[in-house]
Every structure is written in C-alpha cells, then in structure tokens.
Ligand binder design. Structure first.
Ligand code: 5AD
Length: 452
C-alpha cells in the first residue's frame, strides 16, 4: 500500500486533526512515511492564524512540487485544514501540482479522496464545503507517542468554530460557527482512550468556555463546559484533565470552582489575554477589561496557589500606542505568567482589524515584540528557578524530546521535567525532586522521593 507523510502547522487542534486523518489512512491500509522523501502522498495540514504560518506551508509545497516534478512526478500533494478552507481552489491556481485541497469540515473525507486520486478516478479534488455534524467526525486516534512508545496523553476535540469574532482573528472564517459535540459522545471517546492506556486528556476547542452553551442548559449553577469536565473527570483510570483554550469572557466562577473540587483537573490554565490595555481590548472586540482578566487570575490563584498560568499576547495591533503597550508590559509583570506566547500582529484577510487605520510600522512591532518577549522570559526563568528544591508530581510521557536517553514528564502546572528513568516509568504519576532549573526545562531526580 502507498505511504503518506503528513506535516502539521499550527495549534493543537491541527495536531489532533492530523492524528485523526493519519488513523483513518492507517485503517485503510496506508502506511505512514517517516519523511516526505519516501512518501507516495504528502499532505500539509495548514494554519492561517498569522501570515508567516501560511507562508511556511506555501513555501514547503512550492519546494516539494519543484523537487517531485522532476524526480517523482507521481507523488500526490495536498493541502488540508485552515488555509485550505480559506483559500480553496486558489491554492491549485497558484500551485498547479497540488492535487487535493480539503477544508476544516472535511478531514474525515481525506482518506477516501486519497484513494480516488491514487486510483485515477478523479483528477483534482477541492472540498471546502460545510458539513452538518462534522464537529463529531474527528474521533480516530493513533496513540503512538514520541519514539513510537504508546501515548500517555491524548487530545479530544469537543467543539469546532468560534462566534467571538475578535477583530484580528481569522478563526471564525476558517473553522466556522461554534458547534459542540454531545457530552455522551465525548465521554465515550475519552473512555475508550483510557481503556487503551491514556492517562491524561486535554479537551480541545477554539473557545472551550463556549462549549454547549446553546444546547446544554446550566445545571446547579454549572455551565455546559463544567458539566462536561465533571463527567470526564468521573472516568475511572483517568489521572489528569486539561483543556485549551478558554476565553476570559466566558470564564465563570463555576469553572474557577471546578479546579477546587476536581482533583484530576490539574493546576494549569492557558488564558489568552492579547493586550493589557482596555482601549486595545475594546478595539480587538475581546469582551472583557484588564480588571476583569486580573480578577479571574486572582480567583484562580485563590483556589489553587500553585496554578501554572500561560497566555497569548499580540503586539502591534492597529492603533496600539506606547501607552497601550506599556499597559501590556505592566500586566505581564503584575500577573507573572509562567510563560507567554508573544505574537506580532499580522493582518488577516476578511478581518476588521486588517482595514483599521493606524497599522503600525514593522520596526515598531519588532521592537515591542523583543521588549515584551524579554520581559516574559525573565519572569518565566525566575519562576522556573523557584521550583528548584521542590517536589513535583509528574506524569511520565516518554523519552525526552531533547535527549532520548532520558525520560520526560509534565508537572500538574504543565512544566516539562527531564529525568533519568526507565521504560517502566512511562505512564506513571510519580513525585520527583527538582534538582536543577534551566530557563525552559526542569531537571528532576526520582530517586530521592518515592521511586515508582
Ligand atoms: N496576528 C497575530 N497573532 C494572532 N493571533 C490570532 N490572530 C492573530 C493575528 N492576526 C494569536 C492570538 C491567539 C493565538 C492563537 O494567535 O494571540 O491567541
């Protein structure tokens, strides 16, 4: 059977979609190629959130097409996902060697389309249609982790789309309107994962705090999302639950309280703030203020002082002044995020911000990006250093990505810990003493406490 190489750009949702596509291909008998050089089919699962993400995938495809045209003209080339959704056929006009373009509601059709193309039944396929129920079509899991060990962790997609329409963001156009899977459907998938050995599940959606809000009524003051977390939490054998990404606007007290009540909901929150300036937050259509964001952080820390908190920030949004930027810097210093992803504003097609006045010059954006990143890193390193000497509970995921001779696990607060261990530790929850903190990695010693 032919082999497929699948490369993923962008977020965890994209990784999850790729995993499901790969599992569907494997179920049909395809093998997964270790590199594009030996593959019969090369699929790029794309990201549109910033221009450079799109550019990377287009450049990659341009190189592949050029290379294969001479050496291996039979190789089938495809774009999947967000950029495929928003550009559609235009991608084939630009790159005529591309055979397949599949949008975000049709991932479950990819394997059939590859069959059709390889069998010569069809020539080019572009499918960017919407499909009712497609939010529940991403179910298959491959469950092979790093170095082919079995996965200890898994992502589960609980919803698709976003109705928030932040003025900078292309996601509502690439992923569509919010659509949620049912609780029983999600729980069945989680149960099966746990039966296959998964210990930690991350619930995924573009805006998980909006999960089920139209379909599932509040019960005893609990939103649909909290009801879902509770139900997943009750699955026997599951050790840890995470979720990403919530939106501050929908971050209710019931969700804060869930961290206090549910021991397997680990102390980690990725909560995108985007800016520390109320003026900019308003222009971004975020639906909350700086004070409201700080209030959520304070409540989370009141419930769980050890909460690991990360965020996303955009610098250089149109009209952002020095004073606005100073507010973002001060927010970062006030909150002391464990880490933050800092992005340079990138104008996206069809978004209101792309045509706002006062688009900032590249140099200003660059300078703010460098300054904010430096501030974030100083804090992140300091917080990492503060872990030295403490004992942390980790879930051992597999061989370290940096050094396969060692193992790595994650703390409940989502920090990576590298340590000397053996195969039998994989999948275990264990305590390690943090003996050294490098800027972005902790090094642990399990021998000192509780050797599992
Ligand atoms: N420009 C820069 N960054 C963006 N993000 C989303 N849209 C844009 C854009 N147009 C960032 C946000 C979001 C993260 C996934 O990507 O910070 O939280």
């Amino acid at each position: 059977m032919p082999s497929v190489f699948l490369k993923t750009y962008g977020c965890q949702m994209n990784e999850r979609d790729s995993e499901a596509v790969a599992a569907q291909l494997v179920a049909k008998g395809y093998s997964l190629a270790p590199s594009e050089a030996v593959a019969d089919v090369v699929l790029l699962n794309t990201c549109s959130v910033r221009d450079n993400a799109e550019q990377k995938a287009v450049d990659k495809m341009t190189n592949l097409a050029g290379q294969f045209r001479k050496q291996r003209p039979g190789v089938l080339l495809g774009f999947l996902g967000c950029m495929a959704q928003s550009r559609g056929r235009e991608l084939i006009d630009q790159l005529p060697d591309v055979d397949l373009v599949v949008g975000t509601q049709k991932f479950h059709r990819v394997a059939d389309y590859v069959d059709d193309l390889l069998a010569g039944r069809r020539d080019k396929i572009v499918d960017t249609e919407e499909e009712r129920g497609s939010e529940a079509a991403i179910k298959e899991h491959l469950l092979t982790g790093a170095a082919k060990s079995k996965s200890v962790t898994a992502f589960v997609s609980i919803m698709q789309g976003c109705n928030q329409y932040c003025t900078f963001c292309i996601v509502p156009y690439t992923r569509g309107q919010e659509r949620s899977r049912t609780i029983p459907d999600i729980v069945a998938e989680c149960r099966e994962l746990v039966a296959r050995g998964v210990k930690e599940i991350t619930l995924l959606g573009q805006i998980v705090t909006s999960y089920g809000r139209r379909e599932i009524p509040e019960r005893e003051g609990k939103s649909a999302f909290v009801q879902l977390i509770e139900t997943v939490h009750a699955i026997e054998g599951l050790q840890r639950i995470r979720f990403t990404s919530p939106h501050p606007k929908g971050y209710g007290d019931d969700l804060v309280a869930a961290y206090g009540r549910l021991p397997r909901l680990v102390e980690s929150a990725h909560l995108p703030v985007q800016s520390g300036s109320d003026r900019v937050l308003k222009l971004m259509h975020r639906g909350y203020t700086r004070a409201r964001f700080l209030d959520i952080i304070a409540k989370l820390r009141a419930v769980k002082p050890a909460m690991g908190i990360t965020t996303d920030i955009i610098v250089g949004f149109p009209g952002e002044t020095d004073a606005d930027f100073a507010e973002t810097l001060s927010l970062v210093r006030e909150v002391e995020f464990d880490n933050a992803f800092v992005f340079k504003y990138s104008p996206r097609r069809d978004t209101p911000a792309a045509v706002m006045p006062d688009q900032l010059p590249e140099e200003v954006i660059e300078a703010r990006h460098a300054e904010l990143l430096a501030a974030v890193n100083v804090i992140a390193e300091r917080k990492n250093k503060a872990c030295e000497g403490s004992v942390a509970e980790i879930l051992v995921e597999g061989p370290s990505r940096k050094n396969a001779a060692r193992l790595e696990g994650r703390t409940r607060s989502n920090k990576i810990v590298v340590f000397e261990g053996s195969e039998r530790h994989i999948g275990q929850v264990m305590d390690v003493k943090i003996v050294h903190a490098a800027p972005f990695t902790l090094y642990g010693d399990p021998a000192i406490v509780n050797l599992g």
